[in-house]
Design a protein. Structure first.
Length: 170
């Protein structure tokens, strides 16, 4: 789903302020990569971001997009999600929120809940080190996958995109 112009403008303002305060050079490529990541709340994959940026800037490389997203992650401008084992997705929403992830198709959506926001991090987790953030990730079948008549009971517990395990030969 596309973000509103007001929300995107606010996110771009935050982006520019963070980049400026970090002393990172603002390039047209960085701006466009961030804009493409923040444009939608669909948590786009690297390939999607690359394809859409390249349509506007044909000279941009996949490596540039990858390294730029890694820089944005270090600056706290995006986070990385792995809804399916073989695919990273990027989230430009840095406000406190949680995720719903479909285990079949990988659909990822944000949601908020004050009760989840108020959960305390368990002492067992705090004993492992300094906690920088915490969020809840809810996994299940989205409405479309749950209503898919072609879904077999065994498909409900794994993604179509999950690669089959190879048998080991000794």
């Amino acid at each position: 789903m596309t973000r509103s112009r007001t929300e995107l403008k606010k996110m771009l303002g935050h982006f520019k302020a963070v980049v400026r305060s970090a002393g990172v050079k603002m390039t047209p490529q960085r701006l466009e990569i961030y804009r493409e990541t923040a444009r939608t709340d669909d948590h786009p994959a690297l390939e999607t971001i690359y394809r859409n940026v390249r349509a506007k800037m044909p000279g941009v490389s996949l490596d540039t997009v990858y390294r730029t997203l890694d820089l944005f992650r270090e600056l706290g401008l995006v986070s990385t999600l792995r809804p399916l084992p073989d695919r990273a997705r990027f989230d430009a929403n840095t406000t406190p929120h949680h995720h719903y992830i479909c285990t079949r198709c990988g659909l990822t959506r944000d949601f908020t809940d004050p009760k989840l926001d108020s959960l305390k991090v368990p002492s067992a987790a705090r004993a492992l080190g300094c906690i920088e953030s915490a969020h809840v990730e809810v996994r299940g079948l989205c409405t479309a996958c749950a209503n898919d008549k072609n879904t077999k009971p065994t498909d409900r517990t794994r993604s179509r995109r999950t690669k089959p395990k190879l048998k080991r030969r000794d």
